[in-house]
Ligand binder design. Structure first.
Ligand SMILES: Nc1ncnc2c1ncn2[C@@H]1O[C@H](COP(=O)(O)OS(=O)(=O)O)[C@@H](OP(=O)(O)O)[C@H]1O
Ligand SMILES: [Mg+2]
Length: 380
């Protein structure tokens, strides 16, 4: 049996809808990269957003609400409808509406229900704005990052669709769709980045590349399956393969990964920590929660993110990755060694300096020691 836990039904729906959302993202990414690079907009905080972000959020909201009709579905997600509802955004809203309807037509191939009729723009806006929950310590909340690593997405590089479920403040399941992260590391044809490979590889080949990872809290197991491709119906239980973290515990042999953008993580502090704990290899810089995916299946041993002081990490950027890494045998904490607290609402409150993930306790202990040793001399 692949799964046998309290949240089997939720996990199955989440895995299926993440596959569906990934197919939507692949279509939009092809359009962005090959044809219309002007389709990237900026949010108020200057971060990029595309029709994929809104379309995935609307699609996932519609499917979750339809699949759990008997519950009040609470969703915490990254996007709002501010830009989309503006008077001059009619074309944008039309594109999102078409993208969502096209995608939902395919739902049966993923073992999901499709709507009885085409959704109107107003229903799309309603679905996106319905994802306005703020989570918290009680009840059940879905956590969605529709396109995590939007910068990677618009660059034709790594990104992820991340969906998880929080129950009474704890992450009980997580699903990470990684459309440009192949089932095997060797299939990545550039060591550190995929940007050139997507630009030079035919779209049909790329589609065969991705994977979806998932785990249920307490199962002690994490799974990976190839991204559904082509006309066949998704047979997820048959195609899943168990994944585990790396067994390497010698820092000299370990690989660490970190965000690509210096604005998102202090690379020089991470380099100091790496040096102090005896890491020898160059960092693997990867956009999005694909970094957690790399740790979960043993492609790398360490993940470090040290955001600038004052930045508050959001739960949707970590929840799915954390439960998958932990169930695959890894350890995830803040830089002081304390577990992440998903019960405080939208933000990871009380985070000590940064977030670290390791393939095991030995590396984790050394890493936390190195953070303390490097802290005083740092200029974070
Ligand atoms: N200033 C700053 N500091 C720290 N973190 C920030 C910051 N700004 C944004 N974010 C969040 O980081 C998410 C992207 O993280 P990545 O690890 O993918 O970054 S990178 O693109 O590889 O540099 C990104 O997630 P997405 O918005 O889903 O792309 C943000 O939520
Ligand atoms: Mg994100």
């Amino acid at each position: 049996m692949m799964t046998c836990g309290m949240y089997d039904k939720e996990l199955e729906v989440a895995v299926r809808v993440v596959h569906l959302a990934c197919s939507l993202c692949q279509r939009v990414q092809e359009t962005l990269v090959y044809r219309r690079a002007d389709q990237v907009m900026s949010k108020e905080d200057d971060s990029p957003v595309t029709i994929a972000d809104w379309s995935v959020q609307a699609t996932v909201c519609w499917i979750l609400s339809d699949s759990f009709k008997d519950q009040k579905v609470s969703i915490v997600a990254e996007e709002d409808v501010q830009t989309l509802s503006k008077a001059d955004s009619a074309d944008l809203l039309r594109s999102v509406t078409n993208t969502v309807n096209e995608c939902l037509q395919e739902a049966p191939k993923y073992g999901l229900q499709k709507p009885k009729k085409t959704l109107e723009a107003s229903e799309i806006l309603k679905a996106i704005s319905q994802c306005n929950s703020t989570g918290g310590p009680t009840g059940r909340h879905w956590i969605l990052d529709p396109v995590d690593g939007t910068l990677g997405f618009v660059r034709g590089d790594q990104y992820a669709v991340a969906l998880s479920l929080i129950q009474e403040g704890k992450v009980v399941l997580g699903v990470l769709g990684c459309p440009n992260y192949p089932m095997k590391k060797e299939w990545l044809n550039h060591q550190y980045s995929l940007s050139m490979s997507l630009l030079s590889t035919p779209a049909s080949d790329m589609r065969e590349g991705g994977c979806v990872m998932y785990a249920q809290r307490g199962s002690g197991k994490a799974w990976m399956q190839p991204l559904k491709n082509g006309g066949m119906k998704l047979q997820w239980l048959q195609s899943a393969k168990e994944i585990q973290v790396s067994s390497i515990d010698d820092p000299a042999l370990a690989t660490f990964c970190e965000p690509v953008e210096i604005a998102n993580s202090n690379h020089s502090f991470a380099a100091g920590v790496a040096h102090s704990m005896g890491l020898k290899k160059q960092p693997l810089r990867v956009h999005s929660m694909v970094k957690y995916a790399a740790i979960a299946r043993g492609d790398a041993e360490i993940f470090m993110k040290f955001a600038r002081a004052g930045y508050k990490e959001k739960i949707w950027d970590h929840a799915a990755g954390v439960v998958i890494v932990e169930e695959a045998g890894g350890v995830v904490t803040d830089a002081g060694g304390r577990p992440l607290d998903f019960s405080k609402g939208v933000y990871l409150e009380g985070l000590d300096r940064g977030i670290v993930a390791c393939s095991g306790a030995t590396l984790h202990e050394k890493l936390i020691g190195a953070v303390y040793a490097s802290w005083d001399s740092s200029n974070l």
